[in-house]
Design a protein. Sequence first.
Length: 266
Amino acid sequence: MSVDTMKNPEDAAGPRSGGAAGGELVRLENVTKRFGDHTVLDGLDFSVAAGRHVTLIGPSGSGKTTILRLLMTLTRPDEGTITVDGEQLFPAPEKQVREIRKKIGMVFQHFNLFPNMSVLRNITEAPVTVLGMSRDEAEVRARELLELVGLADKCDARPSQLSGGQQQRVAIARALAMRPQVLLLDEVTSALDPELVAGVLDVLRDIARSTDITMLCVTHEMGFARDISDQVLMFDAGRVVESGPPERIFGDPEQERTREFLSAVL
């Protein structure tokens, strides 16, 4: 299952190395993941081209978040290979895994900010300690990203002083501060109060429209998926049952399972 149409908007989030626009950036081949006797991913094959925004939809438990966790190296596949920017992520030596992992950023359902650090320090800590960026350079970058997500005045605030929506926007800025080639989004609004969801989704829409960063998104926000996606993959029981542009998937899906799912969530 290939996702390979090119997208080349201006990269306002900053330059990144590798992954020429339109070229294959992520590939999963025959990936299987089991938890005990339960097979979560079943011989999964698909690829994502650089600069594309791909959304994974489907019922809970269909394997969507497991894909993101595999790419983040939070878990490992039982079978198959995963390649990022032409380098093998699994199986691979641990040193190679750590280097490839730097190319991938993730925004989780829960914000996971450091409560004892300011907003600015939350964003600069990883670029300084992991990438070796100077503190001054990291702070300039962090302030630019806080302006991008609408929080330029919150540099000195602590996470406890922010709303849930503001904390999630800080988490988005923190992920972008690492200049990832791939940004993974895992149900980033699911922990928010309903009135805070729109603000976070608007920030992500702006990033999708103004940058060429590759996005792989798991969401139950179907309107958001329709807006930002180049390609939508419908998952069920650890397999892709249908793939296509959002206009077709949401407007005229081919598979009965896709129609059943969308009728339940729309």
